[in-house]
Design a protein around this ligand. Structure first.
Ligand SMILES: NC(=O)c1ccc[n+]([C@@H]2O[C@H](COP(=O)([O-])OP(=O)(O)OC[C@H]3O[C@@H](n4cnc5c(N)ncnc54)[C@H](O)[C@@H]3O)[C@@H](O)[C@H]2O)c1
Length: 448
């Protein structure tokens, strides 16, 4: 009978020689770049995804994520070391399985681990001795052990003895080309020494630095702490924006100057609210688990509340500024620039721009949008009713029909010069115009 020593020695060899077959479950913003990086480093990789259209597009080499280097997906497919599939049978051959499925919030704003459970049940049907299973999806501390492990062990195989189980949080920053997957240190945690050793070895093949920690719960907590840190600081800076404004002080200038302190300060910038799949979601996972174990994180909860209210505050400020120009909300026509949750990505998950748009329309305004990444408004989880609207061309004629332009997302390739030249009222939530040295030529600029 094969014992755990030979199982781990075999997997070690296969990882080190890059013969280990890898399956990434989920080919989204996290799973796809990971799969490509692994195949570029010489591993044979299959990406398993439920979405047949996405699988077909990836196998056809299409650029499904706009900020990837041109032909990156195509080259990976042509190399013969990477393919996408909807067929769970690919798991039979896998040596390493990495789970990168969504972990959103439920309708009641609680952690929703249904995709992780779905992936776990699929993997469990194909689990065999000697496989390494790694969860990368963001989960609450303890979930790998308490949620994933029991599903995988239901068939009788034991983690740490028959197969290996670890957690390694994803730290991808979509659209940020200063840090590639390889350059970002990878935290790895597991509940037994062999699983930790193998998972650490696996990631050491593709990233320049791994950071092993003592348990999967620790690694899970690392991710939530990183994101909660951002949540709290973003809430703080948005609060400071309002308070300093009342004192006649520009928060942007304050932060620029404070950031010159070489230690003990890290700049965060105001904005219209937070979006994406991480910053609004992770603190909820942490807070939920804290309550679950009889503790609490009130500072994080308050920051979440502030961030959730940010779009409403911006909408209220827009109403005030329009009123100064003698425009009532029910007569206002407002152009929103950027509907993605952050610059230069085609991702609208939890985008504050959409929340502002809805709020302005609830107040009676008519909203248009301009976003080069979205010629047509996609179906979104929170605002499916907006789907199908079309992005406006940004030109003098369109701007002439608008009472105000809100810069919600600061995409690099938008024509801010045209806005500065022709808009009547510019509401800049990202301080783009000042950063570009632009002044309004006929209208008014308000930093909101
Ligand atoms: N997007 C980010 O910037 C980012 C950064 C760090 C961490 N994360 C975390 O990584 C995880 C994945 O996020 P993402 O942004 O890649 O999600 P995503 O929505 O872009 O992609 C997830 C993919 O998983 C597929 N999928 C869902 N259930 C599946 C199943 N049972 N089997 C196979 N495929 C399945 C979906 O079809 C989808 O293509 C989440 O937990 C997220 O919080 C995301």
């Amino acid at each position: 009978m094969t014992n755990v020593f030979s199982l781990s020695a075999t997997l070690r060899d296969r990882i080190q020689s890059r013969q280990a077959k890898v399956v990434t479950v989920g080919l989204g913003y996290v799973g796809l770049p990971l799969a490509l990086t692994l195949s570029e480093e010489g591993f044979p990789v299959t990406g398993l995804d439920l979405n047949a259209d996405r699988v077909a597009a990836i196998n056809a080499g299409r650029q499904v994520i706009s900020y990837f280097a041109k032909d990156r997906i195509r080259n990976a497919v042509l190399s013969g070391r990477f393919a996408a599939s909807c067929d769970e049978a690919v798991l039979d051959e896998a040596d390493v399985v990495v789970i990168c499925v969504p972990t959103p919030l439920s309708d009641t704003r609680a952690p929703d681990l249904s995709h992780v459970l779905g992936a776990a049940e699929t993997i469990a049907r194909h689990l065999r001795p000697g496989q390494l299973i790694v969860l990368e999806s963001t989960v609450w501390p303890g979930a790998t052990t308490m949620v994933l492990r029991p599903v995988l062990e239901a068939g009788g195989l034991r983690a740490g003895d028959d197969f290996f189980l670890a957690f390694s949080p994803e730290r991808e920053d979509p659209g940020n080309d200063r840090f590639s997957t390889r350059a970002i240190p990878k935290v790895v945690g597991a509940d037994d020494a062999r699983s930790l050793d193998l998972a650490d070895l696996f990631y050491a093949q593709v990233v320049t630095r791994t950071v092993p920690v003592g348990s999967s719960a620790t690694a899970e907590a690392v991710k939530l702490v990183e994101n909660s840190f951002r949540t709290v600081n973003i809430a703080l800076v948005n609060e400071l924006k309002v308070a300093l404004q009342a004192m006649g002080v520009d928060v942007w200038e304050v932060i620029r100057a404070a950031a010159t302190k070489p230690f003990g300060f890290m700049p965060f910038y105001p904005g219209p609210g937070i979006g994406g799949d991480c910053i609004p979601v992770s603190p909820v996972y942490l807070s939920w688990r804290a309550r679950d174990v009889g503790s609490a994180v009130p500072i994080i909860d308050l920051a979440r509340k502030n961030n959730d209210e940010a779009p409403d505050l911006i909408a209220g400020r827009i109403a005030v500024e329009l009123a100064r120009d003698g425009v009532k909300m029910k007569d206002a026509r407002i152009l929103i620039m950027g509907i993605a949750y952050k610059k230069d990505v085609e991702d609208t998950r939890e985008s504050p721009a959409l929340a502002i748009l809805k709020r302005l329309e609830a107040m009676g305004a008519r909203c248009l949008y301009h976003d080069p990444f979205f010629p047509v408004m996609p179906v979104t989880r929170d605002h499916p009713d907006l789907a199908g609207r079309q992005s406006q061309t940004l030109d003098e004629d369109v701007l002439a029909t608008c009472d105000a332009v809100l810069i919600a997302t600061d995409h690099t390739n938008a024509d801010y010069r045209c806005v500065a030249r022709h808009a009547r009222l510019i509401l800049d939530s990202r301080n783009v115009l000042e950063a570009m040295g632009l002044r309004p030529e006929r209208g008014r600029l308000v930093k909101v």
